[in-house]
Design a protein around this ligand. Sequence first.
Ligand code: PLP
Length: 433
Amino acid sequence: MSFYSTNKQTPVVSLKEAVVKGLADDNGLFMPSQIPQLPASFFENIEQLSLSEISLEVAATLLKDEISKEELRTIVEDSMNFEIPVVNVHDNIYSLELFHGPTHAFKDVGARFMARLLAHFTQESKKQLTVLVATSGDTGSAVAAGFLGVPNINVVILYPSGKVSDIQEKQLTTLGQNITALEIDGTFDDCQYLVKKAFLDKELNQKMQLTSANSINIARLIPQSFYYHYAYSQVKAQGKPVVFATPSGNFGNITGGLLAKRMGLPIHKFIAATNRNDIVPAYLQSGHFIPRPSEHTISNAMDVGNPSNFARMMDMYDNSLEKIREEIIGYRFTDEETRQLMQEVYQQFGYTLDPHGAIGYGALKDYLKDNQELTGIFLETAHPAKFIDVVEETINKKIEIPANLKRLLEKKKESIKMSIEYEGLKNFLLAKV
Ligand SMILES: *Cc1c(COP(=O)(O)O)cnc(C)c1O
C-alpha cells in the first residue's frame, strides 16, 4: 500500500515514510492510494468477533503488504486493550464509550496504535527517534501514555504553564521513563510555534530524528476506523440502518468512520457535530469553507477554527459538495445548549455525558426525530471526570474520578520550565543527542 498526499504535489510514499514524516513535503495529508474492501464474510460474522479480532482484520486488509499479520496482531493487541462498549442511553440512542483507555479520551486509540507502529519501524533502523508534541491538554497525555516505555523513542511534550487542568498536568508530568514534559511560560500557540520551528531547523534535524505525533498522522487515523466496525457489530442484531454522530474538532475521528465505510461497513449516514466552532457544518450548509480563529467553549478539545482533516474529507468525496452532503449532516451547539443536554440526559436517563459527547448526543437526537426507523450511535469521546468542573456544576452532582486518575493527583509533578525563546528548546534537544 502506498500513500499519496492530498495536495498531490509529491510522489507517493511507503507506510513507514508516511508514519515517520506525519505531514507530506507539500504540506498535504497522507491517504492510502486505494482503499481495499473487507470481504462480505467479515460483515456476516462480525458480531462474533472481539474488538482486537475486528481491528486486526481491518488493519491487515489495509497494511498487510508492509507489515505481516503476526506483527500487526501484536501491535493491535497491545494498543486496543481496553473496553469500548456500546451502551443504550434510551430508545434507539446508544453511546459508544471511547473513554475507558489509560487517559480516558478517545485519543488513546490513535496514540497507542501510532506509538507501536512507529516503534516497529524504528526497531528495524535501530535509530533513536524523538517525538515532539505541543499540547493544550488531551493530546499530549494520550501521546505520552501511548509511547511510555516504547524502546528507541523519546517523547518531549511542550505545554503552556498554568493553562492546563490539574489532572491534565499530572497526566503529562508524572510518567517519567522516556517522557519529558517542558513547561513553557507562554500559551499553547507559543508551544506550537516552538515545535514548528524545531521541525524546520536544518541543523537540529541533521543531528536527530524528529517526528510529530499530532492528529494528522495517518497512523492515528487508521485505528480510529476500528471502533466504528466494533460498534456496528454490537447493534447489528437489531437489523436497522445505523447512523453515527461524531463530536468533531479537527475531524480526524469522523474521517476514521468515513474510512470504515469505504472499506464496506454499512453506515447509513454520518452526523458531524460541533460546538460554536462550526466551520464544517457551515460549509455543508453554504458550500463555503471559511476557517476563522477558534472560540473558547466548554467542549474545548473541539475548539478548532481550521480543521486539518477537512482536506482528507474533501479528497474522499472528490471535492464535491453534493457528494459530501449525501453522506454527512452537520449540527452545531452552543455551550448553553450543551449544558441543557447534559442536564436532560442525566435527569431523565441517569446517564452522565461529558460536554463533547453531549454535542454528539444532541445532534443524533435531533436527526432521529425525523428518522425513527434507524439505530443511532454517538461517540462519547471523553470520561466526564476529565471535565469535572463543568460536569459537576452542570448536573449538580459529584462525579466519581476513575482510580488511576485519582492516583495521579497524589504523584509528584516533574517538569522542566522554559521560556518561549527557541534557543532554550534547541539546546535542550541537542543535549539529548
Ligand atoms: C480531540 C477530541 C475531540 C475531537 O476529535 P477530532 O478528531 O479532532 O474531531 C472530541 N472530543 C474529545 C474529548 C477530544 O479529545
